[in-house]
Design a protein around this ligand. Structure first.
Ligand code: APR
Ligand code: ZN
Length: 257
């Protein structure tokens, strides 16, 4: 289970860190309160702040970091049952983790939907407008086309329901870089069997690790990169991970040429 904290090392601000978090830096959008940028009511009355944020994410073309590649290595080693992410930056896919192993619980920019007639569109169709600060509109009904990012109050993607099978099956739960503040995602942290170890790597103690810890919980507080690199070292995978990062970085350099 991962959140915005695993993408801060890639340069993408998280949401709730004091001062650096997105929710502390939305002054220019004159929102009634920060979360409004991901609320349908506000979006239908003023979609500009959301699309300005989307443009920022798109134009900066961020790259995966060591956390994403650690998770990719878990997959390569046949150890990753599933990666549940709250992030909408798509860096898990860019790191080479196959879509079959991913649950993007808060959606992604991979697809978009007309907010009026519900027509589906490929996600890439919106960028020609978004990058020049035009609101993308449906060619059929002129309704605003919104990327399939899950807004507060919206249903999570169908794939989220895979948790019903995945979590009872898991024999280890890793929770990296999340405040565990948003439901229903946060409750997944309690969906593994009570005998299953849960490892939290995060700056702060969060969710049930704070108020309902289990006997087999392990908590590594502090910088998430440091915590993951320490775990990788204990696993004896440091070299393998460095090789993977080098190989993937060269691939991305070729892609961006
Ligand atoms: N090292 C360790 N911990 C970090 C680091 C770091 N480099 N950077 C951030 N963190 C921690 C923060 O301290 C915080 O506990 O990661 C957590 C990030 O929490 P949030 O900013 O709340 O992000 P997230 O948990 O993903 O938010 C969940 O809220 O607004 C909605 O839909 C949005 O998916 C998002 C959801
Ligand atoms: Zn339409």
């Amino acid at each position: 289970m991962v959140g915005a904290g695993i993408s801060t090392p890639s340069g993408i601000p998280d949401f709730r860190s004091p001062r650096s978090g997105l929710y502390s830096n939305l002054q220019q959008y004159d929102l009634p309160y920060p979360e409004a940028i991901f609320e349908l009511t506000f979006f239908s009355h003023n979609p500009k702040p959301f699309f300005t944020l989307a443009k920022e994410l798109y134009l900066r073309s961020y790259r995966p970091n060591v956390i994403h590649y650690f998770l990719r290595l878990l997959h390569d080693k046949g150890l990753l049952l599933r990666l549940y992410t709250q992030n909408i930056d798509g860096l898990e896919r860019v790191s080479g983790i196959p879509a079959s192993k991913l649950v993007e619980a808060h959606g992604s920019f991979a697809s978009a939907t007309c907010t009026v007639c519900r027509r589906p569109f490929p996600g890439k169709d919106i960028w020609a407008d978004v990058t020049v600060d035009r609101i993308p509109r449906c060619p059929v009904c002129t309704g605003v086309v919104k990327p399939d990012i899950v807004f507060f109050g919206e249903a999570l993607p169908q794939r989220f329901l895979m948790h019903v099978v995945d979590f009872p099956m898991a024999d280890l739960l890793l929770i990296l870089g999340t405040s565990l503040e948003v439901e229903p995602f946060a409750s997944l942290s309690e969906a593994v069997q009570s005998s299953v170890p849960r490892l939290l790597i995060n700056r702060d103690l969060v969710g049930p690790f704070a108020w309902r810890p289990r006997s087999r919980d392990v908590v590594q507080l502090g910088d998430v990169v440091h915590g993951v690199e320490r775990l990788v070292e204990l696993l004896g995978w440091t070299e393998e991970l460095q090789d993977l990062i080098q190989q993937e970085t060269e691939k991305l350099n070729r892609r961006d040429r």
